[in-house]
Every structure is written in structure tokens, then in C-alpha cells.
Design a protein around this ligand. Structure first.
Ligand code: PMP
Ligand code: GLN
Length: 385
């Protein structure tokens, strides 16, 4: 086996393997019911696979245009205009990416200069800070305090400086399940007015909002849309997280910079799936029905755990449910999750993994994007604790 003969200076010295990979692997080893990493244990509709096969057999297997297949870009433009009211230009303002992670990474790489400050809200999705650090940016963390996990806008205002280049937001929010309302968006708009700040808006859970709430896309707010890079994806919406396809919307000036980087880190995204998705999303019920589908799962999961010693925190959107376990165990959340996975046979994510300083409120995250039988089997074990 060859060995690198010198020492490696890491560009991300504090980063290990992501918590999602670690816990999913542990779940596999232990044969546990995996409610950790966010992915469904059910399939997409066969008609979607038929469309992919159709396009493969029909010869759509070579490079698509760098920004993505026009039919898919046009479908996204039409959907965005219908749902959120902003008309994007399919040619210059939409790019198909290899999943939201790549869209977010590319946005940061394209727009953050060394020394620029980027505000993120913690708990934060784990890819944000490393992307900023690799670009030479400075991460400025704003806490979302449990149990409500709402932003403190006065505190954010106090941290905006002439060096603030970007604010990264995520609604509906992973891991907390909070959904920002119109007032949050108005506060954000007021904060960035007359600045050069770009908003990067992670909206991958845009169609999973509950109890009649409305998703506040930056595309719904003209002032924000004008300074936002909106990143969304197909993985959560169509139950295909493993396909790694997403899309990015931004005003042409920002998108031109985005594409300068995109063309050199992925260039293009696989062709037949883009055509298939363009066909598949023509039926609005396929994304508009998602909220009710997951709301029923949320309600089933919460009802099944209502007699347990877990304290369930509010869940307004996403397919994640947070639970405080301090009535069951006083140990830290990493230890608790390992025990839960190996001894009880249910895997979850420790929420401390979403904090740079490992802040541990004895809260774990369950993913309820699972068959009802899977959820019931997990709850049967969890209620006994
Ligand atoms: N942002 C958030 C908030 C997510 O939860 C995820 C993944 N679940 C992503 C981005 C990454 O999405 P993708 O798999 O499309 O890269
Ligand atoms: N976003 C998924 C989650 O939060 C995981 C994706 C990943 O493993 N990177 O569970």
C-alpha cells in the first residue's frame, strides 16, 4: 500500500466524516431502524423511472448544456413564477446542479472573497461552514435558541458589518423543523437593504410545510429575490435523494459568477434524469401533495411517541422531528445516540453535530420520511424507554 511520504497540511483541520455517514453506518452495523440520515425508505413513482429509461434508450446520454437541459430550466421557471411570483430567465438565471450541497458550495466559492464575513444560523446544516472556510471566509454564527429556534433579528443586525458579504438562510429548517414567516423575511430584507450582502437561501424542503403554513421563498419577496441565490433540489421533493440533482436561481449578475465556478467543478449534470424530471414535474400535484403526505407521517410519529418520555419539540416543516431525551438519560447526545442505535435498535442524529462548539441540549433528530410500518416499529421501541 503506498504512503504519502510527507506531511499533509489540512485545509479543514477540524473536519472529520459527517455525522450522517457515521450514524448511518452504525445503524447498518447494528441492524437498527435508521431514523438518522434524512432519506425516505420508499421509492419514487415508477413513472419517473420509466421516463429516465425512455430518455436513455432514446439516446439522451451525452453532455447537456452547461446550465442544464432547457426543458428542465423552463419547467423550474414556470413553477417558480406560479408559486412565488418571480419570473426568472431560463437562459441566464437558472442552473441545474449536482444536488443542493454542490449548489451551496459553488455559490459560496463564487461570491465569498478571503476575509469576507458570512452569517449562518446555528444549529446549521453541516456543509455551510466548511464551504465558507475553504473560500477563506469568516463564519459568523447566530444562535437559534431552543425550543422555538427563532432568529433574534436584533442580534443579527448587531453582527452586520461592512465586511458581511453573505447571509445563509434555511427555511424550512434542518434540523429544527422551523418555518420562517413573512415577518422574518421582512426583517431580513430590512437588514440587508442598501448593503452589498447576498442571501444564499437553502430551500430544499420548500414543499414540506405543515398546518397550512406558506413557504416563504426568497422568490416570493422581490427585494430579497434581487439579491438571493436560491438553492433547491429534487431529492426531497420526489423521494430521490441518491440522484443528487438540484437547481439554483439567481439574478443574472450573480448567476454569471456562479456559472464561472460551476463549469469547472461539475460542468454539467446527468442528462436523462434532467429530461425525466422536466416531464415528471409537469403535474403540480406531485409537489403540492407532499406537505399533506409528510404531515400525516409527522402526526403518526408524534402520536405514537406522545406517551413516551421523549419531549417532542414543535415541527412546522421538513421531515425531521426533534426530541429532548433528558427524562430518559442524562448523558451527552452522541453517547445517547450510540446507545439508542446499538442497544435499542433505533438510529437518530445528535443535534450537537449542528453546532461548531458541540452545544448539547440533550436533543436528537428523528427522520420520519419512512414507511408507516418503519415508524411504528421504531416507536414501539422508543415508547418503552
Ligand atoms: N441543505 C439541507 C438543509 C439539507 O438537509 C440537505 C440534505 N438533506 C442539503 C442541503 C443537501 O441536499 P443534496 O442532497 O441535494 O445535496
Ligand atoms: N441532509 C441529510 C440529513 O440532514 C443528509 C445528507 C448527507 O448525508 N450529507 O440527514
Amino acid at each position: 500500500m503506498p504512503h504519502f511520504p510527507a506531511s499533509v497540511t489540512s485545509r479543514l483541520p477540524d473536519v472529520g466524516t459527517t455525522i450522517f455517514t457515521i450514524v448511518s453506518r452504525m445503524a447498518d452495523e447494528a441492524g437498527a431502524i435508521n431514523l438518522s440520515q434524512g432519506f425516505p425508505d420508499f421509492n419514487a413513482e415508477p413513472v419517473l423511472f420509466d421516463r429516465v429509461a425512455h430518455y436513455m434508450h432514446a439516446g439522451y446520454n451525452q453532455y447537456p448544456p452547461m446550465a442544464g437541459v432547457p426543458a428542465l430550466r423552463e419547467a423550474i421557471v414556470a413553477k417558480t413564477a406560479a408559486l412565488y411570483g418571480t419570473q426568472y430567465d431560463a437562459e441566464s438565471e437558472v442552473t441545474i446542479v449536482a444536488g443542493a450541497t454542490q449548489g451551496l458550495f459553488t455559490a459560496v466559492a463564487a461570491l465569498v472573497h478571503p476575509g469576507d464575513e458570512v452569517i449562518i444560523f446555528e444549529p446549521a446544516y453541516d456543509s455551510y461552514a466548511p464551504a465558507i472556510e475553504l473560500a477563506g471566509g469568516v463564519v459568523v454564527r447566530m444562535p437559534l435558541h431552543e425550543p422555538e429556534y427563532r432568529p433574534d433579528w436584533a442580534q443579527v443586525a448587531a453582527h452586520i458589518s461592512p465586511r458581511t458579504r453573505m447571509i445563509m438562510i434555511n427555511t424550512p429548517h434542518n434540523p429544527t423543523g422551523t418555518v420562517w414567516d413573512a415577518e422574518d423575511m421582512a426583517q431580513l430584507a430590512a437588514l440587508v437593504r442598501d448593503t452589498h450582502i447576498v442571501i444564499v437561501s437553502d430551500e430544499v424542503y420548500e414543499h414540506i410545510v405543515f398546518d397550512g403554513r406558506q413557504h416563504e421563498s426568497c422568490a416570493r419577496h422581490p427585494e430579497l429575490a434581487a439579491r438571493s441565490v436560491i438553492v433547491s433540489g429534487f431529492g426531497k421533493t420526489y423521494h430521490i435523494t441518491g440522484w443528487k440533482i438540484g437547481h439554483v436561481l439567481a439574478p443574472a449578475e450573480l448567476m454569471a459568477e456562479f456559472r464561472k465556478v460551476h463549469q469547472f467543478n461539475v460542468f454539467t449534470v446527468n442528462t436523462p434524469m434532467q429530461y425525466a424530471l422536466a416531464d415528471y414535474m409537469a403535474e403540480p400535484q406531485r409537489y403540492l401533495g407532499l406537505a399533506a403526505f409528510y404531515q400525516a407521517k409527522r402526526d403518526r410519529f408524534r402520536a405514537a411517541l406522545s406517551g413516551s418520555r421523549f419531549e417532542l419539540l414543535p415541527c412546522e416543516g421538513t421531515y425531521f422531528q426533534l426530541a429532548r431525551y433528558s427524562a430518559i438519560d442524562e448523558r451527552g447526545d452522541l453517547v445517547f445516540v450510540e446507545w439508542l442505535t446499538r442497544e435499542i435498535g433505533v438510529a437518530a442524529i445528535p443535534v450537537s453535530a449542528f453546532f461548531a462548539d458541540g452545544h448539547d441540549a440533550r436533543v436528537i433528530r428523528f427522520c420520519f420520511a419512512k414507511h408507516d410500518d418503519t415508524l411504528d416499529a421504531a416507536c414501539e421501541r422508543l415508547v418503552k424507554l
